[in-house]
Design a binder for this molecule. Structure first.
Ligand SMILES: Nc1ncnc2c1ncn2[C@@H]1O[C@H](COP(=O)(O)OP(=O)(O)OP(=O)(O)O)[C@@H](O)[C@H]1O
Ligand SMILES: [Mg+2]
Length: 351
């Protein structure tokens, strides 16, 4: 008996079909297959089995990596989870009976129902955000601040020294716009009636970002290992300058400028909050303090701290002043509302 059949029978036992016997494996649209592996991932396999005197007929679906949003294993897991969650809601749809993964030996491990979880190691340390808050109260950075900045820069230089594929790069650029955590998701999270961020402005920004995508997607030579969410709340330091990072995001590959922009833009934000957004506004450009926010899309993708603290962002709540996030958002928003005009959307450099 082929290994695929044996593994499927083992799976059936775990799934409650004690004593089930596989009758056939048949590649749909192909020849009868003895072994699932021989057929390769991606093609459906019809599996007939006998159990308690009855015959059952199922199809085993697998997914093949491709560049259409299935390049990561996580995408393929998502596909299967989505099938389980949605097939049952669609009238006359074939039913999804179970889903799982093959382990490295080919054994089929079913998923449990319910929400996923992740267990990570705990690392002690103090958030880098605390350093940036402390710098607010100082006239200039101390020796430790400079050392830590150096450590962060070196960390990124090393991280970004590893090249990645073209597919990874284009995926990163695409997700920067189209993912729910990307620019489209951020713009959709603004209330319709936010006077300081009118819908027209958001639309113009989105259009400008799409133009940028067509420039950036050709820069595949820049594809590198990246962190993907390199903000001060994902950076932990132990004394004096030992770094740990949390929450690497979006596949850990893409445009290295993303990490640099994500952190450096936070230096601006902390300064804007500390100095008062209106001061920074006049000092920066004479227009609005959205300079930093408006430049975020120019650098491939806004960081999440930007999203949280951007004027009129999803949860801007003047009724809840005083919290770290609402204060940042709303102070910036109120100064921006005094601005006479918005700066033009970012233009596209051709060089
Ligand atoms: N593995 C860990 N070890 C130590 N501390 C952790 C760990 N994971 C999370 N934390 C702490 O929990 C805090 C909150 O983490 P969480 O990822 O929920 O929020 P965030 O970093 O502010 O947002 P996000 O990463 O989603 O943008 C972190 O800033 C960190 O202080
Ligand atoms: Mg985090």
């Amino acid at each position: 008996m082929g290994g695929g059949r044996a593994r499927f029978e083992a799976y059936l036992r775990k799934a409650g079909f004690e004593g089930a016997r596989v009758l056939s494996f048949e590649a749909l649209g192909g020849e009868i297959q003895e072994d699932l592996k021989a057929h390769g991932y991606g093609s459906p396999v019809r599996a007939r089995f006998a159990w308690k005197g009855e015959e059952r007929d199922v199809v085993i679906r697998t997914a093949r990596p491709d560049a259409f949003g299935h390049d990561r294993r996580a995408d393929r897991v998502y596909q299967m989870a989505l099938a389980v969650d949605t097939y049952r809601r669609i009238p006359r749809h074939v039913q999804a009976l179970d889903a799982g993964t093959f382990d490295l030996n080919g054994a089929m491990i079913p998923f449990a129902e319910g929400e996923p979880f992740l267990i990570a190691e705990y690392v002690p340390g103090e958030l880098y955000a605390h350093d940036l808050k402390a710098i607010e109260r100082a006239d200039e950075p101390g020796a430790r601040d400079l050392i830590r900045a150096e450590v962060l820069a070196s960390y990124l230089a090393d991280l970004h020294s590893v090249h990645a594929t073209h597919v990874d790069y284009q995926r990163c650029i695409r997700d920067t716009l189209g993912h729910g955590e990307g620019i489209f998701g951020i713009t959709d999270a603004y209330p319709d009636d936010m006077p300081v961020v009118p819908q027209l402005r958001l639309r113009q920004l989105e259009h400008a970002c799409v133009e940028w995508r067509w420039k950036l997607k050709a820069f595949t030579h820049r594809s590198r290992r990246t962190h993907g969410d390199f903000h001060p709340f994902n950076l932990l330091f132990r004394e004096p300058a030992e770094l740990s990072v949390l929450d690497c995001s979006r596949g850990g590959v893409g445009e290295p400028a993303d990490d640099v922009a994500c952190l450096s833009i936070n230096f601006l934000f902390f300064a804007l909050v500390a100095g008062g957004a209106s001061t920074a506004r006049s000092g920066a450009s004479g227009t609005c303090s959205g300079t930093a926010t408006c430049s975020a899309p120019r650098t491939t993708r806004s960081c999440r701290w930007w999203r949280r603290s951007s004027p009129g962002g999803p949860s801007c709540s003047p009724a809840r002043p005083g919290t770290r996030r609402s204060r940042t958002r709303c102070e910036t928003a109120s100064s921006a509302s005094r601005s006479a005009s918005w700066p033009a959307p970012p233009s596209i450099h051709t060089g």
